[in-house]
Design a binder for this molecule. Structure first.
Ligand SMILES: Cc1ncc(COP(=O)(O)O)c(C=O)c1O
Length: 395
């Protein structure tokens, strides 16, 4: 039987299963203490002061936008090489979304292009959202510096990068720690570095933002008269609606899975770094022949890689779509991350964005392919994928 290798998948252990069963047998399967423990563990791991776990990464982005008070007409800048949720969450709050091209080497949003945009248009964004694409930290230090110079907020979309760290002034800083952003978000979807099935988190070091997010994650309902100016202080059952929101809570069942997964993140990280090296070594020959371009491991970063993305080089005998189809015949199911967001019908229709707006991102999107890459993958699987690539690209 041909083994099916998808681009990513979860790795569930017996401990994960037992953790979920433990909560299922407990008194509280939602709004219990498991959520608080998961939030505490995330803070301890990343170094961020505050964390609110929510129903998914999209909800986390939406709550970040709400907490920052993003409103009709505010300008929000992000990369076109991301999942639609990064921009949609802010667009739903009324923001005007514009896209900044990526750096051709790092594939992350380009800080110099952000500055050029501000200088050329005279428009200062309310928020910039760098995305830690494929598990590498975006250029957060430079973007943070720009945020000080021009006075905008930074939300780090760290959906790909829980477990990754970057070096700053000799210190290792975890993605999501909010050392160079106002807020950060994680996603715990099964394809991500750790999973809670569905799930996400918003992190910050700012207590006011944290309180606001906690409130908005739970309809806008406040139960603690000490936190707010309460209208009905003497009520026997304190319960007041202070903001307009919806239910974005994570359940304790999901939190138990996420927490158990987080306890194994260092193992996932080590294995993914090993797979990354193995892919690079085996495909180096194709890079030398300019058939492929391999992803980089930037200096000063210790990534928990989310994806392994190759690009077809100028000497490739076939195009990306042909390679995609060729691989599926061997049971290898790659993926494209991402078709540039500004070229999706919604953003074309509403903003009139078209080809040529972000040329580097557009060129990248035509040639990129995410190969199978997940923590439970074995080196033999990497060997099989690389041998198949060579069969398709060297014949
Ligand atoms: C960069 C990025 N941001 C946000 C999200 C949204 O996360 P979720 O699927 O948990 O809603 C994703 C998920 O694919 C993502 O890749």
């Amino acid at each position: 039987m041909v083994k099916r290798l998808s681009y990513s998948k979860q790795w569930i252990s017996e401990e994960d299963i037992q953790a979920v069963i433990r909560v299922l047998k407990s008194k509280r399967i939602t709004q219990g203490e498991e959520i608080r423990f998961f939030e505490r563990d995330i803070c301890k791991y990343t170094g961020a002061k505050f964390c609110t776990c929510v129903s998914n990464g999209t909800a986390a982005l939406y709550l970040a936008a709400r907490a920052l008070g993003v409103k009709e007409g505010d300008l929000v800048l992000t990369t076109p090489i991301t999942f639609c949720a990064t921009a949609n969450a802010f667009a739903l709050c009324g923001a005007r979304i514009d896209f900044i091209d990526i750096d051709p080497e790092t594939l992350q949003i380009s800080p110099s292009q952000i500055e050029l945009y501000i200088k050329q248009t005279g428009s200062v964004p309310t928020v910039v959202i760098p995305v830690d694409f494929y598990g590498i930290s975006a250029d957060l230090v430079k973007i943070h510096r720009l945020s000080r110079d021009y006075n905008f907020k930074v939300v780090e979309d760290a959906a790909h990068s829980i477990g990754s760290s970057y070096s700053y002034n000799g210190e290792d800083i975890f993605c999501g720690a909010c050392r160079h952003s106002d807020l950060s978000i994680f996603s715990f979807h099964p394809v991500k570095n750790i999973t809670s099935a569905e799930g996400g988190a918003v992190l910050t070091n700012d207590e006011t933002l944290f309180r606001c997010i906690s409130l908005l994650a739970n309809h806008g309902i406040e139960r603690d008269p000490n936190n707010f100016e309460f209208f009905s202080k003497d009520q026997i059952w304190p319960y007041e609606l202070h903001e307009l929101s919806l239910n974005f809570r994570l359940s304790d069942i999901h939190a138990a899975l996420g927490r158990s997964q987080l306890s194994r993140i260092d193992l996932f990280k080590r294995r993914k770094q090993r797979l990354f090296r193995a892919y690079r070594e085996r495909l180096f020959e194709l890079e030398e022949k300019e058939i492929l371009k391999l992803p980089i491991w930037p200096k000063g970063q210790d990534p928990c890689f989310h994806l392994f993305i190759i690009r077809l080089g100028t000497k490739s005998p076939i195009n990306r779509d042909e390679l995609f189809k060729g691989l599926t015949k061997y049971g290898i199911y790659p993926q494209v991350h991402y078709w540039p967001l500004h070229l999706h019908p919604y953003y074309r229709k509403v903003y009139g964005y078209k080809e040529g707006k972000c040329p580097i991102a557009e060129e990248f999107a035509k040639t990129c392919l995410s190969l199978p890459f997940f923590a439970s993958m074995e080196i033999e699987d990497v060997n099989f994928v690389c041998a198949t690539l060579k069969k398709l690209l060297l014949s």
